[in-house]
Design a protein around this ligand. Structure first.
Ligand SMILES: [Cu+2]
Length: 188
């Protein structure tokens, strides 16, 4: 008797194991799908490297305008050489697109509507980045002013030294990433 019951129990267990699992009903429980909106600008680079030691560097830039029109810019760099680990590099938004020479990107972007006497750090967009062990770093900033339409802002340049806060100088230009910030997407 015992062995018969055992066989029946085994058969039932096997049947349960082999029974097809019903498909979960996807319609009512699935989260709604939404179409992505162009709420930010994304750029990858660099397009030009002016110092061979940085040939393996990679950049990503995200930018958008918030509800008040202020621009937020996020800068990510990786692939920096060992000699750069632990150091801080000046990074700025420049006026012109990157080109074959380091000078191609032109001068720094400067807010054309800045009040007279505004400090340079409050007219421009600076993203100085500290490179961590592993060769990557991230920085971000939000302007204190509304980013105008049609702004002369078409690239991000990484320099050899931290930015001098009174002059804006940061030494040699190491590499350049194209990013058209002339008409940033707005959020809110
Ligand atoms: Cu610069």
């Amino acid at each position: 008797m015992h062995s018969l019951l055992g066989s029946v129990a085994l058969a039932v267990t096997l049947a349960a194991t082999l029974a097809p699992v019903p498909d979960p009903d996807p319609a009512p429980s699935a989260p709604p799908r939404v179409a992505p909106r162009d709420q930010h600008l994304l750029a990858n680079g660099p397009q030009y490297v002016y110092d061979r030691a940085y040939a393996r560097a990679g950049t990503a830039i995200v930018a958008f305008r918030g509800p008040t029109g202020r621009a937020t810019v996020v800068f990510v760099v990786q692939g920096m050489p060992h000699s750069a680990w632990g150091r801080t590099f000046g990074v700025h938004v420049h006026r012109d697109r990157c080109g074959r020479t380091a000078a191609s990107a032109g001068p720094h972007f400067s807010n054309p509507r800045a009040p007279r006497g505004a400090r340079i750090s409050e007219r421009e967009i600076w993203l100085d980045v500290r490179v961590l062990p592993g060769g990557w770093g991230m920085s971000r900033t939000t302007t204190t002013y509304a980013m105008p339409d049609g702004a002369n802002a078409h690239s991000v340049v990484l320099h050899a030294r931290p930015t001098n806060r009174s002059t804006g100088d940061a030494g040699a230009r190491l590499f350049c990433t194209n990013v058209d910030m002339s008409d940033l997407p707005s959020v809110g």
